[in-house]
Design a protein around this ligand. Sequence first.
Ligand code: C5P
Length: 314
Amino acid sequence: MHAHAHAKVNLHLGVGPARPDGFHELATVFQSLAIHDVVQLELADAPSSSPRHQLQVAGPYAAGVPTDASNLAWRAVDAVAAYLRREHGALGLPAVSLRLHKSIPAAGGMAGGSADAAATLRLAAQAYAEYLGVEVPGDSVLQEMAADLGSDVPFTLLGGTALGTGRGEALSPMLARGQYHWAIITSVQGLSTPAVFAKLDQLRAAGRGSQPHLDTADISRALISGSAEQVAAALHNDLQAAALSLRPDLRKVLDTGEAAGALRGIVSGSGPTCAFLCEDAETAAEVVAQVSADNRGTRGMVTHSPAPGARVLA
Ligand code: C5P
């Protein structure tokens, strides 16, 4: 069985103050990108009360992806197994063999690890339910497991275009017209999400850094219009100043992309990936060529949005 796990871009990322649990209150607009990882899952033959999974990672962005229980996809299998054990009293379940083909950069602010986990939730739910001869857990159950795994996992499960509030896990689908063309520029060196949020808190405490921009009216209007120019004008990321403060080299990436013809460039999520919205796929290809030629340690790809959420393929 295999599934597609789509990356995301935050068209708007408004970040409120840190909450007592350490997470920040968000008002964010997610959109799924066509670029996706492929996740394959196979059940081992023998059931066990403490199954030992296997995880293999391949593909252009495999470097640095963990192949043990620290991988969110592995934890997704265990979450489904634990749920089915609770619900159906099933004691032994077979271990799984997981293969991730990575086309989404890791630690890049594109929710690649979250998307793999979301796709794995669907695969494991289907495979284990068939094995036990029980009903496949529904989307509301999978959404709860997704929220436990990480803030971006619920959106990568749902896909399309959605408003995310809370820590990003409370989702409402949004109306969006049009297709959008992107040049995505990734950095060889990743950026830690907690470090970027902490930098934003620090900048704000020092009276610098953007104030929380939690109003998503501009981007919703732009998405209803379906105009790439209007969406470009409404793109916003409260984490951008913090990401640029930790990685000043990204400023030049943004500048060269806009000079090469992009309508607008922003840091994607917590970065260091930069996303450039372009008029069409040809312009996006030119932006990729120009930016990767002018900036050491970057790679680029062309993609489009919106795309669906994690889905199992026949
Ligand atoms: O939920 P997830 O594990 O993806 O979050 C990673 C880290 O990002 C958190 O530990 C936290 O430091 C930061 N974060 C945050 N507020 C959010 C989402 C993530 O501060 N809403």
